[in-house]
Design a protein around this ligand. Structure first.
Ligand code: NAP
Length: 258
């Protein structure tokens, strides 16, 4: 399929649903050949079929598992050639006050959100360096990587880590032409937000509408961000027009962080 990303091979992690699926739709519409990485074969296969264009593939991996990530990237390369782009989108957001945050929850948030991003960046680096100035990494962090929120210390610490990783790697790769940026969505209309709303309803007795309105109120535009709005930002960072943008955090949050 022709478009601004024609002939580029891009791997998207956590692509089966939510923001990852929206990113996959948008990049495929722009002509990219995609490898979708995730944990649920049925959902990945169904999305592959539904994407615009042809020749998309999927691979299985838990991003926090080093051996699985290595195998998945080797399979992606074997099927579709060297990577031009990587979108680290896979993530989990569990909440708990710090005094009730177990070591297991803490480790899980760091493993999936931060270590997973590190492992996938490291695997993709040789390909991206060889991409003749077209290499791109986009890390989906969060406004929780730019500011604090109560009851999500582990998630927020992991996403702040993603922002630090983004900035340092951007400098490390600047002379190679590979750009590394973070996109930081505010509350976005996906399962993560629906679970957070259910949590508030269960703990406070508020209605789902009241809980959702509270999440929207943190956004100066009083909106819940749509996955397609995050995907549009990622697509722009993937393109040639963004070649001079690196080490940045783009907040897609209606002005919540500025
Ligand atoms: P989502 O609907 O829950 O989707 C999360 C995706 O990540 C799923 O495809 C899931 O795969 C995958 N995933 C989770 N753990 C994984 C692991 N260990 N290995 C591989 N894949 C894994 O969430 P979302 O809202 O689209 O979130 C996408 C990204 O945006 C995350 O990094 C999240 O932190 C970030 N974000 C979201 C919001 C928001 O309000 N929604 C705001 C800011 C940032 P399965 O289908 O196998 O579970």
């Amino acid at each position: 399929m022709s478009g601004p990303l024609s002939d580029r091979h891009v791997l998207v992690t956590g692509a089966a649903r939510g923001i990852g699926a929206a990113i996959a739709q948008r990049l495929a519409a722009d002509g990219a050949r995609l490898t979708l990485l995730g944990r649920r074969p049925d959902a990945l296969a169904a999305l592959c079929q539904a994407l615009p264009g042809s020749g998309h593939h999927w691979v299985m991996a838990d991003v926090a598992d080093e051996a699985q990530v290595q195998t998945a990237f080797a399979q992606a390369r074997e099927r579709q050639g060297l990577l031009h782009g990587l979108v680290n989108n896979a993530g989990q957001a569990e909440s708990a006050p710090l005094h009730r945050t177990s070591s297991a929850l803490w480790q899980q948030m760091l493993a999936v959100n931060l270590t997973g991003t590190f492992l996938c960046c490291r695997e993709a680096l040789p390909d991206l360096r060889a991409a003749a100035g077209l290499g791109r990494i986009v890390n989906i962090a969060s406004t929780a990587g730019q500011r604090g929120y109560a009851y999500v210390a582990a998630y927020s610490a992991a996403k702040h880590g993603v922002v630090g990783l983004t900035r340092s790697l951007a400098l490390e790769l600047a002379s190679s032409g590979v750009t590394v940026n973070a996109v930081c969505p505010g509350y976005t209309d996906t399962d993560i937000l629906r679970e957070s709303v259910a949590n508030v309803v269960a703990k406070t007795g508020r209605t789902p509408e009241q809980a959702l309105a509270e999440f929207a109120a943190s956004n100066p535009q009083r909106r819940i961000v749509q996955p397609a709005q995050v995907a549009d930002t990622v697509a722009w960072l993937m393109g040639e027009g963004a070649a001079a943008i690196t080490g940045q955090c783009l907040s897609v949050s209606g002005g919540e962080v500025m």
